[in-house]
Design a protein around this ligand. Structure first.
Ligand code: UDP
Length: 328
């Protein structure tokens, strides 16, 4: 069996590569243009069951060729990171729209089971917590760049569900909630690698806004478990699932905890959103998944709490063990 992972050189993709190599006999084909992914994420892999191909999901021919070799597809290649999406709006839309359509169209040729990575961004600025899959989406105007990202992701979901309904494509959609862990870079704005890096280098931790906004951070190993299980569960096909640990944390509390666990004496500074992103920036205040749908299908519960997540990220970034006393 050959498994195609688009975006397999990225943060989540590379953890999925590790897991599938460890737990299955599959040959893994990674397709990645290494724009936000990094060859270093796969440098530790020694298996001859891994093939890494450099290519862009916007190129329909490249996608069709890779898909033709695959028995399973994980479509993780996407524009990631709020900062990245705000800085590169057109490219982000094209990657997320054309890339996904290319993958789904090619997959429908042979009916190849496909996992589509979506995002909690789908819920936009909805305030109806916790978010469940059938909730209304609340998004802002097209003049605010951020909302283009959620709109592209929602269109991806519509496409996937239409390919399922009209072509019987076995496709399942996972809406990732703030997936974090080792190998995630702070370069595209993600808060945990950014705070940890700031703390370890003695720089001020930059909390955007008043820091009361919350996110439900989810360990990448938990996300990878669900991703694999969902694709291998036929009852999940044609469905959408929240993939996240329901443990909302305020960004102020996150900053405090990072300081505690690193033993850093960095200060915490608050930066207005307009300064951090752009003048017209809008920020969803809270994000929390309702995971009852996932629980009832897979019996799944996330294993890693916030401290475990932070400890793993700190260890990876410091390249040295964290003071475990501080974690307790
Ligand atoms: N954030 C922050 N400081 C940073 C980066 C992010 O306070 O240096 C905040 C950001 O405004 C958001 C939360 O942390 O409220 C999570 O941001 P991230 O970009 O990681 O994910 P998002 O949920 O925005 O997609």
């Amino acid at each position: 069996m050959t498994v195609l992972i688009t975006g397999g050189g990225g943060f989540i993709g590379s953890h999925l590569v590790d897991r599938l190599l460890a737990e299955t006999e599959a040959e893994i084909l990674v397709l990645d243009n290494f724009s936000t992914g990094d060859v270093a994420n796969l440098a530790h892999v020694e298996s001859d069951r891994l093939e890494v191909r450099t290519g862009d999901v916007r190129d329909a021919e490249v996608v069709a060729e890779a898909v033709a070799e695959a028995d399973r597809i994980y479509h993780l290649a996407a524009a990631v990171g709020v900062q990245n999406v705000v800085d590169n709006p057109l490219k982000s839309l094209q990657v997320n729209l054309h890339g996904t359509e290319n993958v789904l169209e090619a997959a429908s040729e042979d009916g190849t089971p496909t996992f589509l990575a979506s995002s909690s961004e789908i819920y936009g600025k909805s305030e109806s917590l916790p978010f469940s899959e059938s909730d209304d989406r609340v998004v802002g105007p097209t003049t605010v760049t951020r909302w283009g990202y959620t709109t592209a992701k929602a269109t991806d979901e519509f496409l996937a569900l239409s390919y399922h309904d009209e072509y019987d494509l076995p496709v399942v959609i996972g809406r990732y909630f703030n997936i974090v862990g080792p190998r995630q870079t702070g370069e595209y704005g993600m808060v945990i690698p950014t705070f940890v890096e700031q703390a370890l280098s003695g720089e001020p931790l930059t909390v955007y806004g008043d820091g009361t906004q919350t996110r439900s951070f989810t360990h990448v190993t938990d996300a990878v478990t669900v991703t694999h299980q969902l694709l291998e569960t036929p009852a999940a096909h044609g469905e959408v699932f929240n993939v996240g640990a329901p443990q909302p944390t305020a960004i102020n509390d996150l900053a405090d905890r990072v300081l505690e666990l690193t033993g850093s004496e960095s200060e915490i500074v608050h930066v207005p959103f307009e300064e951090a992103y752009s003048e017209d920036f809008e920020e969803p205040d809270h994000r929390e998944p309702d995971v009852s749908k996932l629980e009832s299908l897979l019996g799944w519960a996330p294993e890693a709490d916030l401290d475990r997540i932070l400890r793993d990220v700190i260890e990876a970034q410091a390249d040295a063990p964290v003071d475990l006393e501080a974690v307790r």
